[in-house]
Design a binder for this molecule. Structure first.
Ligand code: SF4
Length: 334
């Protein structure tokens, strides 16, 4: 993806806190990224890393309270979503900005046919008549390669397989030609073959529409197939960001290295998998200094006392928040 492509979504210094009776926890701490036209950016991290909260903040889906956006901006073509009145943010959602959820069965209405649900998008947002809206729903189902769309438009969500339901979710997200689609773990509930089909479909649709795709995932396999750029999150912070190939071949952060060493890869056949020791911190107890230091095999004394700077490792925008980023980046992989 050429970096000259037009920026669609620019998130800068996003901080989200949860304030409860047990205290305040910062779920997202200073997240910044730019998503360009036709680009897939993956936000990658373990559960609790803040990636889904960050996506919900941009979509305007956080419950406030307990969530509070403490600072930051999220500009969609220059319009700051976080500064918009809620009703304007709602109008943007679904039209210019859409989301594909993880669990299609929960996200779809069980008592309406998928055709009724798809047609409703056109009736509510475009004022299309009932018959024309249903025809557009059929066309949309064709577009996401649902076989026999003319007949299946009258089926209910429970009559579809998991993979076909996820296609319906994708169809709903794309109905109004959004500029940006956020896909939150879109294939987690599916088996591996169907996962690959869904990711291939998203790539094909993206090349037709030039939409920006923000992919929220914990799955390095999904990321390898799909992403142009990857931002790795840990304990609410960005620890590394890079073009996908650079991140896989020359990671510059020990956490990213740990993630790569802990999953099976064709280029590491015969090598043992090495899990990352320990568990991610609770949002209420993020360690001082580098948040990864209690689990980091490379940690030294200063890691516990001083937060690492975000160092630039290449002109292509490879950056890492580690005191020893340059050495880690130089070390061979595997
Ligand atoms: Fe590990 Fe220290 Fe780098 Fe953090 S700053 S990732 S603890 S080496």
């Amino acid at each position: 993806m050429p970096s000259a492509a037009h920026p669609l979504l620019e998130v800068e210094d996003l901080c989200v806190e949860f304030r409860t009776r047990r205290g305040t926890s910062r779920a997202v701490d200073g997240l910044s990224y730019t998503l360009r036209e036709g680009e897939t950016l993956a936000l990658l991290g373990e559960s609790g890393s803040g990636k889904s909260v960050a996506a919900q903040a941009v979509m305007g889906l956080l419950d406030t309270p307990p969530a509070h956006i403490v600072r930051g901006s999220a500009r969609l073509h220059g319009d700051d979503l976080l500064a918009m009145p809620p009703e304007r943010h709602r109008a943007v959602r679904g039209t210019r900005l859409a989301m594909i959820f993880q669990d299609a069965l929960t996200a779809l209405n069980p008592v309406l046919t998928v055709g009724e649900q798809l047609a409703e998008m056109y009736r509510v947002h475009r004022g299309t008549g009932r018959k024309a809206a249903l025809e557009r729903a059929v066309a949309l189902m064709d577009r996401v390669r649902i076989p026999a769309a003319t007949r299946r438009v009258h089926d209910y969500p429970h009559e579809f397989s998991g993979g076909m339901r996820q296609r319906v979710m994708i169809a709903m997200a794309l109905a109004l030609d959004p500029e940006v689609v956020i896909a939150d773990e879109p294939t987690t509930a599916l088996d591996v073959t169907v996962q690959a089909q869904i990711m291939r479909l998203l790539r094909e649709l993206q090349s037709e529409t030039r939409m920006g795709l923000l992919l929220i995932t914990h799955d390095l396999g999904v990321v390898a197939e799909t992403a142009d750029r990857i931002t790795v999150m840990y304990a609410g912070r960005t620890v590394e960001t890079a073009p996908a190939e650079d991140l896989y071949t020359r990671p510059g952060h020990p956490y990213t290295r740990g993630l790569l060493d802990s999953v099976p890869r064709l280029d590491r056949l015969g090598k043992p998998l090495v899990p990352i020791a320990g568990a991610p911190p609770l949002p209420t107890a993020v360690p001082r200094g580098c948040a990864f230091h209690p689990r980091c095999p490379r940690a030294e004394q200063r890691c516990a006392g001083h937060a690492p700077p975000f160092l630039t490792l290449s002109p292509a925008g490879h950056r890492s928040a580690c005191h020893f980023a340059e050495e880690v980046h130089r070390a061979p992989v595997g």
